[in-house]
Design a binder for this molecule. Structure first.
Ligand code: F6R
Length: 368
């Protein structure tokens, strides 16, 4: 059942191309993006004037990634919030608010309560869920299923990538209904998304170097992760994976925050993982990150750089270079997260931990 893998998590990392392809399948027909159950009409989608994404843990990170795409495509404000925070404040919601509740299990207590609160306030709730018939989709107005298949490893991997893809479908459906993207643009975005399983497969073919690095880092005291734009939530996700699997202190930062505090943590030998944007996409982002890396390298950090293949400018600053295929900026998290999953799993294995069942954690958090 582990298909020759030592752990379910490793199998699930390998299944990510299929998880993405299965999640996208059937969602583009007749030249249009279609959501699962059209319980939300095009008119409902047109009326939306604000979007909230509520979720916990990795699912929350999928929402942070989606914010960049949904705002860019739809020009709607998107707030991404931890379900446990959302439900205990008094968020401004009404019938034109779309709340996207993202949950692999569909049973997470805080996310479920956030859904209930949103519906009481008359907001429309769309669940993005990996588990058929779970409580969250049952209590939502509409559901878009991720088809990652069952995820056994406690740490989310294939479900996370599938959540990003599903959130993007929501963004494209909104852009299409609102007319903020022409049909040919929506089609192009969808087809770029549909090319991602292949790109992820390419990344999976090059993980040996990352595994070796994981073994080298097994005794590190801490690892920092830096990113900008969509690379920022990837940094958060990389740090979360490392904490939960390897019980290692790990933190993700927005690279622009370095000078506002985190740079004080940099000391000789500290491993710092930097998630680079494409040099071709947003040149400003790229050059800002290059200068961030040079600063931390000058202070002796061991820089581990995830960059687009052929990105020569970053080479002098990378003590370790992990290359990923060139993809459009908004889709980069789908490729750049993968080495971070592999890295965390390998560090945990080297330290002798059970990668599928990290201590103190449960797969589905049905109590607060
Ligand atoms: C991290 C992880 C958790 C879950 C979180 C939400 O690897 O798996 O952070 O992402 O508990 O779970 P769901 O998506 O089931 O609501």
């Amino acid at each position: 059942e582990k298909g020759g893998h030592e752990y379910f998590m490793l199998k699930e990392i390998d299944e990510q191309p299929t998880a993405l392809a299965d999640t996208l399948r059937g969602h583009f027909a007749g030249g249009r993006v279609v959501l699962d159950e059209q319980r939300l009409s095009d008119q409902d989608l047109r009326d939306v004037d604000k979007v909230f994404v509520v979720a916990c843990g990795s699912a929350y990170h999928s929402g942070l990634v989606a914010k960049y795409a949904i705002e860019h495509w739809t020009r709607l404000p998107v707030e991404v919030e931890l379900a446990s925070e959302f439900r205990y404040r008094d968020p401004v919601l009404d019938r034109d608010t779309l709340v996207v509740a993202v949950s692999q299990s569909g049973e997470t207590a805080d996310t479920l309560e956030a859904v209930r609160h949103a519906r009481e306030q008359k907001a429309r709730v769309l669940a993005v869920c990996n588990t058929n018939g779970a409580q969250i989709p049952r209590e939502s107005d509409a559901v878009l299923y991720t088809h990652a298949g069952p995820e056994i490893g406690v740490a989310s991997t294939k479900a996370f990538l599938a959540q990003i893809a599903a959130n993007y479908l929501v963004g494209l459906a909104l852009a299409q209904a609102r007319g903020t993207k022409y049909p040919d643009e929506v089609a192009r975005e969808f087809h770029e998304l549909a090319a991602m399983p292949e790109a992820v497969r390419t990344v999976l073919g090059t993980t040996a170097r990352v595994q070796a690095l994981g073994r080298e880092l097994a005794d590190a005291k801490a690892v920092l992760f830096l990113g900008r734009h969509v690379g920022y939530p990837v940094a958060l996700e990389g740090a979360l994976k490392l904490k939960e699997l390897a019980y290692m202190h790990a933190e993700g930062f927005a690279a622009g925050e370095l000078k506002h505090g985190p740079i004080a943590l940099i000391e000789p030998g500290l491993p710092v993982v930097v998630v680079m944007p494409s040099p071709k996409g947003r040149a400003v982002l790229h050059s800002k990150l290059v200068s961030n890396i040079s600063e931390i390298q000058a202070r002796g950090a061991r820089t581990i750089v995830i960059a687009e293949e052929g990105d020569e400018t970053v080479r002098p600053f990378a003590d370790e270079l992990i290359e990923v295929p060139a993809v459009p900026t908004l889709l980069q998290p789908l490729v750049s997260t993968v080495p971070l999953q592999v890295l965390a799993a390998e560090i945990a294995r080297s330290r002798g931990y059970d990668v599928d069942k990290p201590r103190n954690l449960a797969k589905s958090v049905t109590v607060e």
